[in-house]
Design a protein around this ligand. Structure first.
Ligand code: GAL
Length: 661
């Protein structure tokens, strides 16, 4: 509550009015409903932006943002931080003694609209951040490669912001530090508020609702400050961005990525209906889909959930973002579904809380530096996450328990661990991978892993670097680009980078220079990138390049260590390669579907702990389906009905089967 209400709470500088919220909180309290308050800093009021236009964000073209929408102010600005602390303190002190206020959300989806700012305030703060980090300008020059294109500075106050085209590209070291700075200043902005809330009443819980996930280092200060993390889930909106053509799959992907950051989480906003802002609208959940989508959030690790929103607004830029009840205050099927979901979850709370989501296949994820390193030099190639999505989707379609995990986390429950091209690698991660393989795990390391250092410089050793070469038994002698099937080569690269685009009248030659490879008896076309490898004698070749000059040379290798193996892949994933590779590696690694022979349109995941295993089975299609091969148990959503092998699910039907034994 009060998320965007700064102008109501503080209509004039220093004049506060809490009456509206006091009354609402009291009425809800009388009906047994507690309140979570929000700091309203995503929408600073007009009196503030009029008095201090310098706090507005500025985009990469030098245009200041305007008052009139939201997230228009620069969270790096010391002036804005000061006002944000004042309103937070005033609210915290006012609600200190209110028994119905149980916790706080900070701001709203920090960085979702626009993480970057190129304002004067950002520049000064960036310079200070760099001075703290490097202490001596020579160190910054060395880190950013200042001898290239005369980008060296004499002092920190000469440092500029990395405008994307100024007129051509900035150095990757410069960009990497700019994004590290954005993450630092976002966390600092939130920290200001958290510090106040905790000092006023330590028993309040504090969380944030994340949306766009940009320029936030989840493993750093940002999450350490919170009691738990919240992720806002709009499956039908995210699907249109991600274009996987299936919102259930996109929801699963998004939530699995999020869980990699924080473990179990809450969903502060779950899409309930048709959604829109003036520039777009989403599909509308059909009857039954609201409940199914909410259950899917639980299936992927939500320990709490709220719907967006109770009632749609009648005015403003989200008049058609529908809620549980409609514009006419009548609750229809969405209300009934939300009620059913709430009753079901309340009843099952003791079974569900305290369980974690099972993961047999882990994909390296949630590393801030690696996400950013790709963006600083994308060269039109898929990001580590784009690459990983292929494996995630493959597992999703087959009911294989898959998720994202950082190499620093506990890998011991995994059976297989895939590292997509993580260019920034730390040697201690190699030790973790080695220990995992020795104890029986299968590790797959993708092309280009470990090829840059912390400053985003290319390493001086032969790739993938001394430690990873020792672990894999592989050295990369040469590399090159491959056309993605149907792609336009350089033109795609330029388009994605926001540069000049000249439409080609013929497909580029790169489309003809395809590389083929053989894995087992299957021959297929590689995508995106290739590496030519030399290998140690104890390394087995599991795939070879099969055409052009590289014919017969290793493409993928395996080195057995301890009870497991380390696989090196000299290319990026494609759907075909994912299929062939998993066929070869999954069964020996002990990776099996949770339910075999899953029909199309059915999602399956497992939440478990030492006491119980809960199999979440969901039909995300509108037609009834029969799922065979379900292990024996009882369906907790259907009066504990016994399940023996077969499960009938209506369109959008769901089951939570508590497995026997
Ligand atoms: C979220 C945001 C909400 C609302 C919703 C629908 O990103 O937190 O305030 O805008 O999307 O657009």
């Amino acid at each position: 509550m009060a998320e965007f209400a700064w102008h109501i709470l503080e209509p004039k500088l220093g004049t506060y009015d809490f009456d509206l919220f006091d009354r609402a909180i009291a009425i809800l309290g009388r009906h047994g409903i507690d309140t979570i308050m929000c700091t309203p800093t995503a929408t600073p009021p007009r009196w503030l932006t009029a008095a201090h236009p310098e706090i507005l964000r500025v985009d990469g073209k030098g245009r200041p943002m305007s008052h009139g929408s939201r997230q228009h102010c620069d969270t790096a600005s010391p002036v804005f931080r000061e006002y944000s602390k004042r309103i937070t303190r005033a609210m915290a002190e006012h609600y200190r003694g209110n028994p119905f206020v149980v916790g706080w959300q900070t701001d709203n989806e920090l960085n979702t609209s626009m993480p970057e700012s190129f304002s004067k305030a950002t520049l000064t703060e960036f310079q200070t951040f760099l001075a703290d980090k490097y202490r001596e300008i020579a160190k910054l020059n060395a880190a950013w490669g200042g001898d290239f294109w005369a980008t060296a500075y004499d002092s920190f106050d000469q440092v500029v912001l990395p405008i994307e085209f100024g007129p051509t590209f900035p150095s990757p070291g410069h960009l990497q530090d700019y994004h590290r700075f954005l993450a630092f200043s976002t966390a600092r902005f939130q920290h200001d508020q958290v510090e106040i809330l905790r000092a006023v009443k330590p028993s309040w819980f504090v969380f944030h609702n994340l949306g766009g996930l940009r320029d936030i280092d989840f493993r750093g200060q940002f999450s350490k400050d919170l009691d738990f993390v919240g992720y806002d889930i709009y499956p039908m909106l995210y699907d249109e961005f991600q274009r996987l053509g299936n919102h259930a799959k996109v929801q699963a992907l998004h939530l699995d990525i999020c869980r990699g950051f924080s473990g179990n989480y809450i969903v502060p906003e779950q899409q309930s209906g048709f959604g829109s802002q003036p520039g777009f609208c989403t599909l509308t959940p059909e009857p039954g889909e609201l409940r199914r989508m909410a259950l899917s959030s639980v299936a992927h690790g939500a320990d709490g959930l709220m719907f967006f929103r109770w009632r749609p607004a009648h005015f403003g830029a989200e008049i058609y973002w529908m809620g549980i009840i409609d514009h006419d205050d009548i609750g229809r099927h969405r209300y009934e579904e939300a009620k059913r979901f709430a009753n079901e979850m309340t009843a099952l709370q003791p079974k569900i809380l305290g369980t974690f989501v099972r993961m047999d296949v882990g994909i390296a994820g949630s590393d801030f530096d690696n996400q950013e390193a790709h963006k600083t030099y994308p060269i039109g190639l898929p990001s580590p996450q784009d690459d990983a999505i292929l494996l995630h989707q493959h597992c999703y379609d087959r009911g294989i328990a898959c998720g994202f995990i950082h190499p620093e986390d506990d890998l011991s429950r995994l059976k297989l661990f895939y590292v997509p091209h993580w260019v920034m690698w730390k040697d201690e991660w190699t030790d973790k991978l080695e220990a995992f393989a020795v104890s029986g795990g299968t590790v797959i390391i993708g092309a280009r892993t470990g090829t840059r250092n912390e400053d985003n410089h290319v390493i001086r050793e032969t790739a993938p670097g001394t430690a990873l070469s020792k672990l894999t038994g592989v050295r990369v002698e040469d590399f090159g680009r491959l056309a993605a099937p149907g792609a336009n080569g350089l033109f795609d690269v330029m388009e994605r980078s926001g540069g000049l685009v000249i439409p080609p009248n013929k497909p580029a030659e790169s489309n003809r220079r395809q590389r083929r490879f053989k894995i087992g008896n299957r021959e297929m076309t590689a995508g995106h990138f290739y590496e030519n490898l030399t290998i140690d004698p104890d390394v087995e070749v599991i795939a070879i390049w099969s055409n052009r000059y590289a014919e017969g040379q290793p493409m993928a290798t395996s080195r057995k260590i301890g009870k497991g193996q380390v696989v090196y892949l000299g290319t990026y994933l494609t759907p075909e390669l994912t299929e062939a590779l998993t066929e070869r590696l999954f069964a020996p690694a002990g990776v099996e579907p949770l339910v075999g022979g899953l029909p199309e349109g059915v999602e399956v995941t497992m939440r478990m702990n030492d006491e119980r295993r809960l199999l979440f089975v969901q039909n995300y299609m509108d037609q009834a389906v029969t799922v065979g091969g379900v292990p024996a148990g009882r369906d907790l959503l259907d009066g504990e009905k016994k399940v023996t092998g077969r499960l009938e699910l209506q369109g959008y039907g769901c089951a939570i089967v508590e497995l026997e034994g």
